[in-house]
Ligand binder design. Structure first.
Ligand code: SAM
Length: 248
């Protein structure tokens, strides 16, 4: 049985897809997708030898070697352009995810859907999608074993639709006269902010605590850069608090 997190990712894979799961570790996701008949083919990519061998073993033991190819390599280097139409990347930081997509751009031809679950730094992923002509289609948030995860899905759009992508992050005016900046929307999620589910509040309350600790640390230093950074983070915290208060 898959974890709730991997199950939610699996639920977002269209039936009949050819999937590349990058950073597949034990290849649990492609194995499940193949067993359920959701996918017709998969590549499980891994850069580290331990997880690569675990993936190989899993696929062999499940008797799925005809459907899932386990390949060793960095990011999208494991696929050829046009080989898959869906890419899943889960369980790593958002900035690493954005750099994998950036470095693997030439492999994205023919890919229709990206299903991404960054552990932290979701804003890096949203910014990459926006700059590269991918429409953020959905955002989900879940809590499992005391951790909170976001799952972002994106689809390619034609050049004529590209201009409309920016609109998702247009500055917003919330009911109490609170303005939400583009940066805050990219950080907190444009759809999640619309839905404002309970666990999203929990996440941002805990993020505020982390930011407060950062400010405390910065305030220990008298260096100009630290003071400026402390002020910037304090402003960021203020904006987050206003958004939360307004939507609660
Ligand atoms: N995707 C699985 C999940 O969500 O449960 C496994 C997540 S695991 C925490 C992250 C995996 O990504 C590790 O197995 C690691 O070796 C792999 N990884 C990290 N950087 C990578 C890269 N540049 N290319 C391919 N795999 C990478």
């Amino acid at each position: 049985k898959l974890s709730k997190r991997l199950q939610m990712i699996a639920d977002r894979v269209p039936v009949g897809s050819k999937v590349a799961d990058i950073g597949s570790d034990h290849a649990l996701l492609p194995t499940y997708l193949a067993q359920q008949g959701i996918i017709v083919a998969a590549v499980a990519g891994e850069v580290n030898p331990g997880p690569f061998e675990a993936a190989q073993r899993q696929v062999l033991e499940s008797g799925l070697s005809k459907v899932i190819q386990v390949r060793s390599g960095d990011g999208l280097a494991v696929i050829e352009a046009g080989e898959v139409n869906v890419i899943t990347i889960a369980g790593m930081g958002g900035s690493l995810m954005a750099s994998i997509l950036e470095e693997g751009k030439s492999k994205l031809a023919g890919v229709q859907h990206l299903i991404l679950q960054p552990n932290v730094g979701e804003d890096h992923v949203r910014r990459w999608l926006l700059s590269n002509g991918w429409k953020l289609e959905s955002e989900s948030i879940l809590e499992e074993d005391g951790k909170i995860y976001e799952i972002l899905t994106a689809a390619t759009v034609g050049t004529e639709e590209r201009e409309a992508l920016e609109a998702l992050y247009d500055e917003r005016l919330l009911p109490d006269g609170v303005t939400v900046s583009k940066e805050r929307l990219q950080q907190m999620g444009p759809y999640l902010m619309n839905e404002a589910p309970e666990v999203w509040f929990t996440k941002w309350e805990s993020e505020l605590k982390k930011l407060a600790m950062i400010v405390d640390q910065l305030k220990l230093s008298t260096a100009e850069a630290s003071i400026a950074k402390a002020e910037q983070v304090s402003r960021e915290m203020q904006e987050i608090k206003e958004v939360l208060a307004c939507l609660q």
